[in-house]
Design a protein around this ligand. Sequence first.
Ligand code: HEC
Ligand code: HEC
Length: 326
Amino acid sequence: MRMKLALVAASTLCASMSVMAAEPVQPIYAATIEDRDKVELGKMLFFDPRLSQSGFISCNSCHNLSMGGSDNLPTSIGHDWQLGPINSPTVLNSKFNIAQFWDGRAATLQEQAGGPIANPGEMAFTHQLALSTLETIPGYVKMFEKVYGDEVITIDEVTDAIAVFEETLVTPGAPFDRSLMGDENAISMQAKAGYELFKTVGCTACHNGQALGGSSFQKMGLVKPYETDSEVAGRSAVTGNEIDRFSFKVPTLRNIELTYPYFHDGAVWDLGEAVNIMGEIQLGRTFKPEETDQIVAFLTTLTGQQPTFDLPILPPSSAKTPKPQP
Ligand code: HEC
Ligand code: HEC
């Protein structure tokens, strides 16, 4: 009897799995952590403003893990109050991206992590100065030794630890994922209608997979130009091909209700307006207000469990640590 029940349960599970496989959107699962010490070290570095010239800006300044891994600003503010050229994408679920940055100029999270430290408009440091700062902090020397086996700290170790920490920043358990896995009551009728519309009008041509984005570069303004004051070129800056002008990595729609304002120029604060613009310029489709509301209702079911952990307590500087230069 018990055996039979188990078989029935297994076959319904299979049925819901095959339905799931046919969906253009797939659920996210919790991260498996292999090296706890390395993740902990990466978390400390992510939160440590001493990797910046001013001693004031950390990765978390612009990818605030209390705010969906973004800064909720149109474009980021970096060293010396400089306004950056582009909106800060979320670091949540960034491990699903085919490449990093809006134009994909970094192939991996590790390659990406070296960028901001040395970017004069962001953390405005150099890799050498960052390393010589870390080397004067006994708590770090000990941790690097524990994780990487020797006392010499290299930039590859710094960026490796940060990347490994970032790989844990996934957001499973979204109501939509529970619905995909067969929980009929996880999302509202309105959200279900929104998902159907999202598929039938063709949003899933670009926003698909586990992250609903991150898997391709696409023209912004496929059927109608996008109007913006931003001078950012997009993918053509990497490929040198004029045809890639104004192509961007399709952003993830996971946690989208948390990561406003929207688009690479951060010009749009309202999710409904972003949906309407996408309909018009990517698909040549004008939504009725109730259709927009349905899609927005669907998109807000993509907010998953945000990473929770103890705040890292950073090891204190020593007398030898270079003083910050704000
Ligand atoms: C001053 C603000 C600022 C700081 C500090 C900063 N970032 Fe970013 N980050 C950005 C902006 C803006 C972009 C997008 C730049 C672009 O695409 O050209 C970005 C892009 C990224 C991306 C790519 C995400 C994607 O979807 O393409 C990752 C990952 C990331 N940053 C991680 C980090 C890490 C790790 C640090 C610390 C070492 C850091 N950032 C420091 C503003 C910042
Ligand atoms: C042809 C590919 C394509 C299609 C179809 C498409 N999108 Fe997009 N979407 C993009 C790209 C590329 C961006 C980033 C554009 C930019 O910022 O320059 C984007 C951005 C977005 C954003 C803002 C994300 C952020 O973090 O800034 C939302 C919301 C969005 N799309 C929703 C939709 C919806 C809803 C549909 C269907 C009505 C849709 N998209 C159809 C490619 C597409």
